[in-house]
Design a protein around this ligand. Sequence first.
Ligand code: CA
Length: 290
Amino acid sequence: MSFLRKLFGRDDDASIEATPSAEAAIPKSDAPPAHHLRVGAATDIGQMRNHNEDVLLTFSSEHHGNAMHDTLGLFILADGMGGHQAGEVASSLAARTVAREVLEHVYLPYLIHDAPDSSQTPLAEALTQAVEQASKIVHHAVPGGGTTLTCALLLNERAILAHVGDSRAYVCHKDVMRQITRDHSYVDKLVELGQLTAEEAAAHPQKNVLYRAVGQEGSLEIDTHLETIPPGSRLLLCSDGLWSMIAEDTIRQILSEAPSPQAACDQLIAEANAAGGRDNITTIVVEVVG
Ligand code: CA
């Protein structure tokens, strides 16, 4: 069993939300099938803003050999907030911090060791710690700035997500799309409590106000989620400049029908701009190829 698989499979992974299908998909064989990732990514300033506070960062690696097939991917999307350029500094710093932490604590140990040692951090914990670290660094380095942060760490067809804010992740499999993150916005909370309808929330003047953001003072609650991305399905990370501009069914249709992940990203951004492009628009689409 490979080093990364052992880190995925440790008992303390049970602390994160796991779907039954995700559990069933845990590779049992020492010679798993080879997977590849096809990745698309795009960011656009939109039609109304004079700068782009969204940031995306992607990293993927394939290792095939010695009865081992590991495909690892790290996908990060951050949507900054705060005046005087604080937003774009915060989102960039947060994304770079998560990438650096994951490479240092997950990827480099994977290259160095051929077996895990007991001091090695499980992947979900490593990703959560990376987001916590990003929040501390943003808080100290960018006073008045904050950011959403949605990160997906993929190992073959399994994904761990860590999420704060109102950027979103969706999974689309066989034309069926599901949102797998929850918005940390006040209006979403009011919808959850039955005090607003989804339509009222979409038109609410304070729809962009978050109750949780990376860079906030004090401890940060981070949502984590375990998901299976079976071959043929696509994972979308996007900022609110996408999902607030176009209907979810339009997103689903483009995500399922675009000929490639990059084509999906480009079409989604074109649709959001055509609908008015009131905010910066950012998309990352990852397809697992079996
Ligand atoms: Ca935004």
